[in-house]
Ligand binder design. Structure first.
Ligand SMILES: C[S@@+](CC[C@H](N)C(=O)[O-])C[C@H]1O[C@@H](n2cnc3c(N)ncnc32)[C@H](O)[C@@H]1O
Length: 194
């Protein structure tokens, strides 16, 4: 199976990213920022919806998107079973136009899932899906892999490429049991991107 055959991977259960819990970095962030204005948040590549539920339980209007129909189905089941209120839709974050623009875009392991050749497209998508002045929150794993997914990245690659995003803050965040600690960062599109 092609590693980026996401639907095939869900159907065969070949999902090593599925840890049965929300991103610890996200939980860490939401716990340590209880007074955020509760706006809208888009979670692209949401998988089975753990992070969608975490945002919804924290009081945000959460909308997950995934390219794999089976992930959407599993995420919707999770939301229904957990009693939280959120939406999950089938879609391609890189190419679709958003149904609305969001106060937040949060991602966990979508950036490392796409082909590195698509990273500029990814960053354009972030700008398209975020409201002007919105916040982009990402948990990135600084791994060396070039034969992904997951595809590795470095601090230099993350922050020195022409992102048209301004880094607001970054720090190490709580990690899934992987070898390399992730970096969580909040960025804002620059004013001129409108
Ligand atoms: C490594 S998994 C991570 C899932 C989830 N974020 C998590 O942390 O458990 C990558 C996810 O991104 C989805 N995906 C890949 N390319 C996508 C795209 N262009 N638009 C939306 N989702 C995409 C895949 O179907 C898969 O669910």
């Amino acid at each position: 199976m092609v590693p980026t055959d996401w639907e095939g991977r869900y159907q065969s259960g070949e999902m090593p990213w599925e840890k049965g819990e929300p991103s610890p970095g996200l939980v860490d962030f939401l716990t340590s920022h209880p007074n955020l204005t509760k706006g809208t948040v888009c979670i692209p590549g949401c998988g089975t919806g753990h992070d969608v539920c975490a945002w919804a339980k924290a009081g945000f209007a959460a909308s997950g998107y995934d390219i794999a129909p089976s992930a959407v189905k599993l995420a919707r089941e999770r939301i229904e079973n957990s009693g939280c209120s959120a939406q999950v839709s089938l879609g391609n974050f890189l190419t679709d136009n958003p149904p609305e623009r969001f106060d937040w875009v949060f991602e966990h392991t979508l950036y490392c899932a796409i082909d590195p050749d698509q990273r500029d497209t990814y960053l354009q998508a972030v700008l398209r899906w975020l409201k002007p002045g919105g916040d982009y929150l990402a948990v990135n794993y600084l791994i060396p892999d070039t034969d992904g997914p997951p595809f590795g990245t470095t601090r230099d690659e993350l922050w020195n490429r022409p992102m048209h995003l301004t880094l607001v803050t970054q720090r190490l965040v709580a990690s899934l049991p992987l070898n390399t600690p992730p970096v969580g960062a909040i960025c804002r599109p620059q004013e001129s991107t409108g």
